[in-house]
Design a protein around this ligand. Sequence first.
Ligand code: 5GP
Length: 190
Amino acid sequence: MMQELKDRILKDGKVIGEDILKVDSFLNHQIDTDLVYKIARYLGSNFSGVNKVLTIEASGIAYALAVANYFNNAPMVFAKKSKSKTVDMNTVYKTTIKSFTRGTESVVTVAKDYLTKDDKVLIIDDFLAEGNAALGLIDLCKQAGSTVVGVGIVIEKGFQGGRERLEKMGIKVESAAIITKFENGKPILK
Ligand code: 5GP
């Protein structure tokens, strides 16, 4: 666990409703760029043998970029949510991911050219809740025949079941900070 991130969550994180942590002031709207690189070093040091980093747009991108750079400037790929007119659906792997924050489902795609059987992929995201985003990205890797090295998360909410679902599949999960619960509108960190 990363003490600096834990302190920052306690200082600047805001609990919204029952189950959402808002960290827009430093983590996924306005971004503390120095903290991004520190998080990347922390997450990167927990994995080895990575030659590609995969995330989903938009808020995972900054962290995935920095982690990919940590692994000798490996390429970073982000799965796209929007059905852009420039996407030929025959040239992409696609999966459906339920959004935790919005409750909607979206089709996400990665071009077949950018995910292959030679890739040893580290999946990175800003939050882990129920694990749907990570499971969708794992599904894309499976379709491509890529190896999933693990899942690296900036903030895990440890009470929403995501880790259990991933570990049941034999996937290694590392998080820079883990919230065990929300109590009186405040996050309690592990
Ligand atoms: P999961 O798919 O694991 O249920 O949820 C992870 C995804 O939902 C992440 O990509 C993240 O963007 C979003 N998310 C889940 N919980 C939170 C939260 O408490 N705060 C914010 N800002 N995003 C969240």
